[in-house]
Design a protein around this ligand. Structure first.
Ligand code: AMP
Ligand code: MN
Ligand code: MN
Length: 343
């Protein structure tokens, strides 16, 4: 077990290996220096942000703002809306649409984006930025910036964000804690995934101690949806197929249009499909507003779906990964089965 090393102020000490073993001290020091020198800092997270992407970004945004920095934050979606599930997060006044983002930021920080492509419309801005700090926990991240704060042992980018905030001498207030907690619970599946280490619970304890409402956050994230979701879910489950340890289904634009359901509402379907006892791997194909398939995949541990999805142009983790397919459902599944057979 990793020891919980604290400094005299009760903060995780610099020698602490709770999360940060993969990030060299020199990298943290350089990040703190770059931030210290900057007047304006541009933050970006991956497209169609989840709780970890948006939560980490807004948490760091709060800390930077309290240091007197000008902060802009965004994500590079064509249709720039915060998913309904995440609208409860504080700090959304920091968000600007991609068209209002600085064209060539002097300092940029990216959150939870495993590749340059995951920045979507903000790719050009990133390419023109003078310094780009990449904060992430995806094992596949090769570091597309000028400084990497990447720790693939961290359960969430939020764990790295907390470390950065401490190192900036930021105070963990309730707003910051709410954002970080959203990241931590999202990426650990409410402390259920194998990534849930003692360090995760220790961090959760620090966050909950600020007085945040874990019950309200859980309800916002998982326990509510418009009525139309039930109908779309029913259609998806009705079409589910079980074949040789693989369970899969799909949701079309037409399904959603019939119920007026936005794409972002589909996130939880994979969590129901993956329950299937008979299947080791679960797949949900979700047709987005452009008619492309966003493929969500989950493994129970034996198969590395991260490797499968990376081979198909996406990425992710061993047990949770995804990619975009521009083919039909049939062709997409054929390609998926072929790659799954190789791992
Ligand atoms: P999701 O199924 O959308 O919850 O995604 C699961 C994980 O797969 C995410 O945390 C990402 O790391 C990764 N992922 C999903 N979609 C993509 C994509 N298009 N490209 C790269 N990684 C992805
Ligand atoms: Mn993410
Ligand atoms: Mn993450």
């Amino acid at each position: 077990m990793t020891p919980d090393v604290r400094d005299r102020a009760g903060r995780p000490s610099r020698a602490n290996s709770l999360t940060g073993t993969a990030v060299p001290e020199a990298a943290w020091d350089r990040a703190v220096r770059l931030i210290g020198q900057a007047e304006e800092i541009a933050l970006a997270c991956h497209v169609t942000p989840d709780g970890d992407a948006l939560g980490s970004m807004l948490a760091v945004g709060f800390a930077l703002r309290s240091m007197g920095k000008r902060v802009v934050a965004s994500f590079g979606d064509h249709h720039f809306v915060v998913p309904r599930l995440l609208r409860f997060l504080p700090g959304q006044e920091m968000l600007v649409p991609p068209e209002d983002y600085p064209a060539a930021p002097s300092l940029m920080i990216t959150f939870d984006a495993s590749t340059f492509e995951r920045l979507g419309l903000l790719r050009d801005n990133t390419a023109r930025a003078r310094e780009v700090i990449v904060m992430d926990h995806h094992p596949s991240n090769e570091g597309f910036g000028t400084l990497s704060l990447i720790d693939s042992t961290a359960a969430a980018t939020a764990m790295l964000a907390e470390q950065l905030i401490y190192r900036l001498r930021g105070r963990l207030d309730r707003d910051i804690a709410t954002c970080l907690y959203a990241g931590l619970v999202t990426d650990t599946g409410s402390f259920r995934h194998s990534s849930t280490t003692p360090a995760v619970h220790q961090m959760a304890a620090r966050l909950v101690a600020t007085g945040l409402r874990t019950d309200e956050i859980a309800r916002e994230l998982w326990d509510r949806s418009p009525f139309g979701y039930l109908k779309v879910l029913a259609a998806a489950l009705d079409r589910a197929v079980l074949e040789d340890g693989l369970v899969w289904t799909y949701v079309t634009r037409v399904d959603r249009a019939a119920q007026g359901l936005p794409y972002a509402e589909l996130e939880g379907i994979i969590d129901i499909v993956r329950r299937t006892d008979e299947a080791e791997v679960a797949v949900v194909l979700k047709e987005d507003d452009h008619g492309h398939w966003q493929v969500s995949t989950r493994s129970k541990g034996r198969a590395d779906v991260g490797a499968v999805c990376a081979a198909l142009g996406g990425g992710g983790h061993h047990n949770a990964a995804g990619y975009t397919s521009y083919d039909s459902v049939e062709k997409t599944m054929a390609a998926f089965r072929r790659e799954l057979g190789k791992v």
